[in-house]
Every structure is written in structure tokens, then in C-alpha cells.
Design a protein around this ligand. Structure first.
Ligand SMILES: Cc1ncc(COP(=O)(O)O)c(C=O)c1O
Length: 442
């Protein structure tokens, strides 16, 4: 008989319980293709239920193709092709837990700021539940707080109604791709891998453009995705002449510049480089994120699009309802209002200002820095072999970090991208020691 237990105390009807139990026996391998199930009469007697219970369960399993009947000989577990075996859950590109990651995208959040973080979420928990669907642009008060911050920190004067709250840079990019005319998108090479994937996932071709060359023509592209304040991952600031050339190229092509302003607040030598959008709001869609100043896990960002696109974005959101959840928006509002974000950014900037030169001192003698020291990572040019050897040595010591080649599509650059935000001082020192020793030996 089958190792099955039915429970009359449970709310599911007995036939549903029995069908679920048989499915489980097939998926865990207790029953395999061709195994004969007991007759309905025998199983009903064994389980102490009416025969109709078993018949109903078998009918359901037959309809779902878990079992098949052979005339005159009974009910069998269906053959492999017919089996609707649940697919193995796709495993996310996992972060190998064996390694401490020197990740370019993970910021430092000082544990001393946890009390303010908790206060924000307590405020969310006692707030009145929101009524109905939210404003498709994002909460009005949050947009006000963001407008204030953009003016103060990025020299960008915008009305709160011109801001769209997003689920981060990549979501903002996805939203924009949904309203742009059909056509390819220019993306810096090397460049932000999530942007490349997002453009491709939207069914558009990615036009590779060397990350440090000026864009002088857009060659059929409807948009150009760039990181002018801190080229990702080379770190270069886009020179003023290149900014003007890019805007000129966008104007003549009728294209839009998608400005990813992900970590510009983390300059420690000079004031943040002004946003490109401040030069021409009619051509530039500005993408900001809370991933660096608060946490990538919050999944919040903001988008200021040229007016004609903004209208399309809002109209689209009115029907797609993919505005970020109220609770996270509400928490960010408190974090901004309390001055928490400013405080966290100031502390992190001090930490990076101290760590970046430490990285430079360790790696500088053996590799070439690709851009000015800024943000929470630095990129080092080496031979491909030296980069791989250093990455492998780091792994052997329990650290992982990306190769510059992983950000390249056609660009022929090699080296290491060394993130120093998401680790402790001690971890950073140990990792740098291993990397420096490996690079020196090469
Ligand atoms: C270049 C760049 N842009 C944007 C982001 C943040 O994207 P999101 O807001 O979707 O997390 C990152 C994070 O690592 C980044 O490296």
C-alpha cells in the first residue's frame, strides 16, 4: 500500500489530500514511472475512506498527467515525458557563501546608524494603512524630500511632480525603455552589467561604445546610457567637452541621454561632479538610486525624465501599477526627513576616503589605477594573467572579486575591480595583502 496519511481534521477535502500525497511520492522518487498504484477499492479499504475519495484523487492525477491508466490493468505512474514534474527551482546566480566579496556595488553602513534605521521602520509600522492604489509617480511627500535633496546635493532643480520614484536605477531604466521609440541603445563598454542585461531584456540591441571615448554621433540609437560622474567601472569623470559632445549628438539624433548617477556623492577630494541633467533637462533622463546611500536591498530610486517622456511614464504606470511598495517609500521618507541619509553618506564618505588610499598604497606599485579615486571601489589595470592569478589567490584566501574583463563586451581591458564598501577594515587589509603579493609575484 501507499505510505499515505489522510487527516480528516485538515480543511482540504480528502481527495485533494490524497492527490497531493501521491504527487509528493512521485516528486520525491518513492514512486517512479511505471509503478502501479493500488486499485481504488484496495486503497480505499486501506485508508478507511469511501472508494469515491480514491477515484476522485486518481481522476485528478490523471487529468494532470501524473498517472495513466492502462485498460484492464490499472493505474500507473505516468512515463517521464508526460510527467508534469515541477521544474527544479532556478537557483539565483548565487553569492558563494565561502567568500567575503569585495563587491563594487555594496556600500558601507555604519552600525552606529542602526537606531535611526529602526526608528524609520517603527514609523512605518504605526502609520495609517494606505488607501487604494498609490500615486503612480510615488508618494508626494517622498518626491518633495527627493526634490530638496537633488537641488542641495546634485545642483538639479526639479519640481516634485517631475520626479518618478522607482525601484532603483535598473527599474528606472526599464521604465524608460518601455516608453522610448524602438531602436538600439548605446552603452559604455566596459559598463554596468545590469544596464546591459536590462536593455537586452527589453528586446533592444546594445550598441557598444568605448567607455572613455567621446560620443560624437548616435548612429541610429534612440538613447545613450552613461555614467558621467564616475564611469562604471573605470572610474573616469566625463570631461566637459565630452559632455557637450554627447548632448550635441543626442540633440541631432533626437535621442535621449540616460544618466546613471549612482555614486556621485562619494567624492572625497572635491565636491561632487554636477549632474549632466543640470545642463539640459530636455535631453537627459536622470537616474538616481538609494542603493549606495541607503542600501541596495531597499530597491528604491528616482527618475527625472525629459517632460515628454515623463508624461508617458506616468500614464504607463497608471495602468501597470508597478510603483514601488508604499512601506519602503514611507521608510525612505523618514530616513530623508530625519537627516539619516545625509549622516550615513557623510560617514561612509569618510570611511571610503580612508580606505581608497589604502587600496592604492597596496596595489599601486603593481597595477595601474584606471580613474581617480572615488566612490566605494577602484579599478586596476593589469595583464589578464596577473588579474586571474590575483583573483584566484584571493579566492584561495576566502575572498572574491570581479575581473575587469567581466564588464567588457568588445573592449579589450584586463585587471581587477576592487570594492571596499561591503567589508570590514580587517577583511580589506587581509584581501589587499593577498592581492598585492600575487600581483608582485607576477
Ligand atoms: C553603475 C551602477 N548603477 C546603478 C547601480 C544601482 O542600481 P540599482 O539601483 O538598480 O540597485 C549600481 C550598483 O551597483 C551600479 O554599479
Amino acid at each position: 500500500m501507499l505510505p499515505v496519511h489522510l487527516d480528516r481534521g485538515r480543511p482540504e477535502p480528502l481527495p485533494a489530500q490524497l492527490a497531493a500525497a501521491v504527487r509528493a511520492l512521485v516528486t520525491d522518487g518513492t514512486l517512479t514511472t511505471g509503478d502501479r498504484l493500488p486499485s481504488s477499492r484496495a486503497l480505499a479499504a486501506d485508508l478507511g475512506v469511501a472508494r469515491a475519495v480514491v477515484e476522485q484523487a486518481y481522476d485528478q492525477l490523471l487529468a494532470e498527467a501524473w498517472v495513466e491508466t492502462r485498460r484492464g490493468s490499472g493505474t500507473f505512474v505516468a512515463s517521464g515525458e508526460a510527467l508534469p514534474v515541477a521544474p527544479a527551482p532556478p537557483r539565483p546566480a548565487s553569492r558563494d557563501p565561502r567568500y567575503v566579496r569585495l563587491d563594487a556595488g555594496t556600500p558601507w553602513i555604519d552600525p552606529r546608524h542602526l537606531a535611526g534605521w529602526r526608528r524609520a521602520w517603527r514609523e512605518v509600522s504605526v502609520a495609517r494603512p494606505p488607501r487604494g492604489y498609490p500615486d503612480p509617480r510615488g508618494g508626494p511627500e517622498l518626491r518633495e524630500a527627493l526634490a530638496e535633496r537633488l537641488a542641495r546635493t546634485r545642483g538639479l532643480t526639479v519640481a516634485p511632480d517631475e520626479i518618478l520614484v522607482t525601484g532603483g536605477t535598473t527599474d528606472g531604466l526599464r521604465q524608460l525603455l518601455g516608453v522610448l521609440d524602438p531602436g538600439p541603445v548605446l552603452v559604455e563598454d566596459p559598463g554596468y552589467r545590469a544596464a546591459v542585461e536590462t536593455v537586452r531584456a527589453a528586446g533592444r540591441r546594445v550598441a557598444d561604445h568605448p567607455a572613455t571615448a567621446p560620443v560624437t554621433g548616435l548612429d541610429g540609437c534612440v538613447a545613450a546610457y552613461v555614467t558621467p560622474a564616475h564611469q562604471h567601472p573605470l572610474g573616469r569623470v566625463m570631461p566637459a567637452a565630452d559632455r557637450l559632445a554627447l548632448l550635441g549628438a543626442a540633440r541631432s539624433a533626437g535621442a535621449v541621454v540616460l544618466e546613471d548617477d549612482y555614486d556621485s556623492e562619494f567624492r572625497y577630494d572635491v565636491a561632487p561632479v554636477p549632474a549632466l541633467a543640470a545642463l539640459d533637462r530636455s535631453r537627459v533622463a536622470y537616474l538616481g538610486t538609494a542603493a549606495k546611500s541607503v542600501s541596495p536591498g531597499l530597491r528604491l530610486g528616482w527618475l527625472v525624465a525629459p517632460p515628454h517622456l515623463h508624461e508617458l511614464l506616468v500614464r504607463r504606470r497608471t495602468t501597470t501599477h508597478d510603483t514601488p511598495p508604499w512601506a519602503t517609500q514611507r521608510a525612505l521618507l523618514t530616513l530623508l526627513r530625519d537627516g539619516w541619509v545625509d549622516k550615513v553618506v557623510r560617514t561612509a564618505r569618510r570611511v571610503y576616503a580612508e580606505r581608497a588610499p589604502r587600496v592604492a598604497a597596496a596595489l599601486g606599485p603593481h597595477a595601474t589605477l584606471a580613474g581617480p579615486l572615488a566612490g566605494m571601489y577602484s579599478t586596476w589595470l593589469t595583464s589578464a594573467d596577473a588579474a586571474t592569478a590575483a583573483r584566484d589567490a584571493a579566492r584561495a584566501a576566502g575572498f572574491d572579486l570581479p575581473l575587469l574583463a567581466q564588464y567588457c563586451r568588445t573592449a579589450d581591458l584586463s585587471g581587477l575591480v576592487v570594492g571596499f564598501g561591503g567589508v570590514t577594515d580587517d577583511e580589506l587589509d587581509r584581501a589587499l595583502d593577498v592581492l598585492a603579493r600575487s600581483l608582485a609575484a607576477d
